[in-house]
Write a protein of this length. Sequence first.
Length: 219
Amino acid sequence: MKYDFKDGNGLVEAHRHKNQDGTKGGWVAETATVTETAYIGPNAKIYGNAIVCDNAKVYGHAKVFDYTQIYGDAQVYGYANVYGNAKVFGDTQVYGDALVCGDALVCDYAQVYGNAQVCGNALVCGDVEVFGKDIFYGSTELNNLVEQTDNNSKINFVKVINSYNEKSVYINVNQIVSFEKISQGTKGGLTKVTMSNNQEYIFELIDDNFLNYIQGIHE
């Protein structure tokens, strides 16, 4: 059988993946590799030299192509696209309209969703979230503080603790609209911040000078 993945290569040899539960999965190019243990939803597409294996799941209208590798218990769904030489593994979830591309690595319990883009040599691992319109390019490693410059536009990200569920999240500092230091501590204490979408967080400050750093961005 042949199928056109709309990638400019026209009709190519392909087949529909058969899932272990007996359901018919999406189209898989013969040049791609999908193991029998992987789940491919009926509308998902796997092509190029992509590899999907282990207990990974690709479903919804997601596309995985080029030399991408999806493995472990990773899930890619919604309208997400993963391409280039990117690797997504562990218990990671990539969904919504998210893009993971280039040589990016997304692993552990990371979640990438919304309109987020993780590209270049970006590394997003651990129990973190990248969402909204956050963009990661180049040699970017999510840590307590990330400064990444692209076309003279610096984007600053910090690790925050959600004031409601204490889950770690990485967000764009430039989206902070107000902040208030509420406690002291060996690492600078805690600062309550309000984002442009009215979401409230409590920052675990990196050091005593970090509040001044945030203030400097908004001056």
